[in-house]
Design a protein around this ligand. Structure first.
Ligand code: HMG
Ligand code: MG
Length: 302
C-alpha cells in the first residue's frame, strides 16, 4: 500500500457536528469543546458558521463562541461564510480563516443556500475580495460529490468543474464532501482522480459522512491516491440540516485509530479526543457514533 507518512486532520465537530442539533447547545459547551479539541493537538478546528440564524439556528452563537475560545497559537479556527453578510460577521469576529461552500448538484445547492451553483459563485466574489483585504485564508467546500438526495448520482466531471472554479478563485484547499455518506471506495477514487486533473492532489481534502459505514474504507482508498487531508468530527457527530437522512462525519477517534495502526503521523492525541467526545455527548444526552469512542468508553467503564 502506498500511503503518506503524515496526514492532516481537520476537526469539523463544533460546526458540522453541532449544526444539526435541534436543541440549543450552550455556548459554554461549544467553547469547552473547541478548546479541548485544540488542546488535543488539532491544528484546524472549524468553529462555526456565519449563516442565517433562520436557516441554521444552532450556529447563531458563532460570534460569541469566537470571542470566548482560547486561540491557541498555530491553530486555525475557520468559520463557514456563504455571502458578504456572513463575511462581515467573520471580519468582526477577527477570524483568520473562512470556508466558502457550494455543491456539485443544483438541487442541493438550492436547498442548502437558496441559490444556483452559478449564483453561489457570484456571492463568493465579494467574499474573496474581503478575505484578501483582511489577510484571511479561504478553504472551499464542494458538497454532494458522489450523490445527492434530490438529483441522484453526481458526475465526477461536474465535481472537477466546481472544484476548479473554487481553486482558481483562490481557495487554498478544496474539501470534497460526500454529504449524504453513500459513497464507496471505487466511486470515491474515480471522483478524486477526476478532480485531480484540475486541482493538485495536495490541495484536496476528503470529507466523508458515515451514513452507510463506508468512510474509513473510502479514506483508505483515496489516501492511496495521494490524498492526505481528512475532515473528521469528534464522536462522529453531525449531519447537514439540508441533506435528509445524512448522518455524522467520520469519527475523529476512528480515523486516529486507523492512522495509528498504519503508523501514519497526525499529531492528535486519541485519549484527549475521546474525552472531549464524551464531554460533548454528555451535554447532548447521546452516545458517540464513533466505534472507537464507544470501545474506549466501554474499556474505561470496565
Ligand atoms: P437567503 O434567504 O436566500 O438570503 O438565504 P437573503 O440574502 O435573501 O437574506 C434573507 C435573510 O437572511 C435576511 O434576513 C438576511 O439578513 C439574512 P431578514 O431580513 O429576513 O431578517 N441573512 C443572513 N443572516 C446571517 N448571516 C448571513 C446571512 N445572509 C442572509 N450570512 C443563505 C441564503 C445562504 C444566507 C441561507 O440559505 C443560509 O444561511 N444557508 C446556510 C446553510 C448551511 O449553513 N448549511 C450547512 C453548512 S454546509 C454543509 O454542512 C456541507 C459541508 O459539511 C460539506 C458536506 O458535507 O458536503 C460543508
Ligand atoms: Mg459535512
Amino acid at each position: 500500500m502506498n500511503f503518506p507518512q503524515a496526514v492532516r486532520l481537520v476537526e469539523v465537530g463544533p460546526r458540522d457536528g453541532l449544526q444539526n442539533e435541534s436543541k440549543p447547545v450552550p455556548v459554554d459547551a461549544k467553547v469547552a469543546l473547541i478548546d479541548a479539541l485544540s488542546a488535543a493537538g488539532h491544528a484546524t478546528v472549524e468553529a462555526g458558521s456565519f449563516v442565517s440564524p433562520k436557516w441554521v439556528p444552532q450556529m447563531a452563537s458563532t460570534d460569541e463562541v469566537m470571542a470566548r475560545i482560547v486561540r491557541k497559537p498555530g491553530v486555525s479556527y475557520p468559520v463557514l461564510v456563504p455571502n458578504k453578510q456572513g463575511m462581515n460577521g467573520a471580519v468582526e469576529a477577527k477570524c483568520g480563516e473562512i470556508a466558502i461552500f457550494t455543491a456539485a448538484s443544483e438541487a442541493f445547492c438550492r436547498k442548502n443556500t437558496n441559490c444556483s451553483i452559478d449564483e453561489s459563485f457570484e456571492r463568493f466574489a465579494p467574499v474573496m475580495e474581503a478575505a484578501q483585504k483582511h489577510g484571511m485564508k479561504v478553504r472551499g467546500y464542494v458538497s454532494t460529490v458522489l450523490a445527492c438526495t434530490y438529483d441522484g448520482k453526481v458526475a465526477p466531471a461536474k465535481v472537477a468543474e466546481v472544484s476548479d472554479r473554487l481553486f482558481r478563485m483562490g481557495c487554498y484547499e478544496i474539501s470534497l464532501g460526500d454529504t449524504i455518506g453513500v459513497g464507496t471506495p471505487g466511486e470515491s477514487v474515480a471522483m478524486i482522480d477526476a478532480v485531480a486533473e484540475k486541482v493538485p492532489r495536495e490541495k484536496i481534502a476528503a470529507h466523508f459522512h458515515d451514513t452507510y459505514g463506508q468512510s474509513l474504507a473510502n479514506i483508505l482508498a483515496v489516501m492511496e491516491r495521494g490524498i492526505a487531508v481528512f475532515d473528521t468530527a469528534v464522536a462522529g457527530l453531525g449531519g447537514c440540516p439540508y441533506a435528509k437522512g445524512a448522518s455524522g462525519n467520520v469519527g475523529t477517534e476512528d480515523v486516529i485509530y486507523l492512522m495509528n495502526g498504519l503508523g501514519i503521523r497526525h499529531g492528535v492525541d486519541l485519549d484527549a479526543i475521546a474525552a472531549a467526545g464524551r464531554e460533548i455527548c454528555m451535554a447532548l444526552g447521546r452516545e458517540p457514533a464513533s466505534k472507537v469512542a464507544q470501545a474506549l468508553k466501554a474499556k474505561q467503564a470496565a
